[in-house]
Design a protein around this ligand. Sequence first.
Ligand code: FES
Length: 180
Amino acid sequence: MPVRRRHFLGQGLVLVLAGFCRRAWAQALRFRSLARPVVIPIGSLATPWQAFPFMADGVTLPSAATPNQPIRISGMVVRTSAGNEPEKFAAVCLKCPHESCDVDFIQDPSKLPQDVKDEIGRSIARSVYICPCHNSTFMAEDGERLAGPAPRGLYRFRVTKVSEAAVEIGEVEEDVLIFI
Ligand code: FES
């Protein structure tokens, strides 16, 4: 088999495996209900990669250092594609899992600093989040870590319902209620 073709097939296999691992990771996450769902007018998320910030209320878990306490969590939801199913929206916690700075939403990833692009090592066509403190960078579509010192991806919320009028965010990753 020619070397170029082997290289192309190898890259394809890596991308398929990366997609599989991301899906497996997302399925392994555990979620808890928020104190009350966050309701966002669907008109605020009309077009792909439109983003909308929100605040969510939860309660820390009994196993947290300060158990059973009300907690406010800042988040951002983006529409990742057309359609009104929950999987067409992605919501993440804005606290960086490295040292808790608030990350920024970057709609156009070509605006990332060159050293971050170099660390990512492949072209990114979709919106991202970047942390202003130490440049950890994350995919907007699922919070996956792309670069920087963060030990994991962004904590996630779950969009639990979408209607003609609103997007409802009803759950948050359990670890947020322990560690943040
Ligand atoms: S606090 Fe975000 S990268 Fe360090």
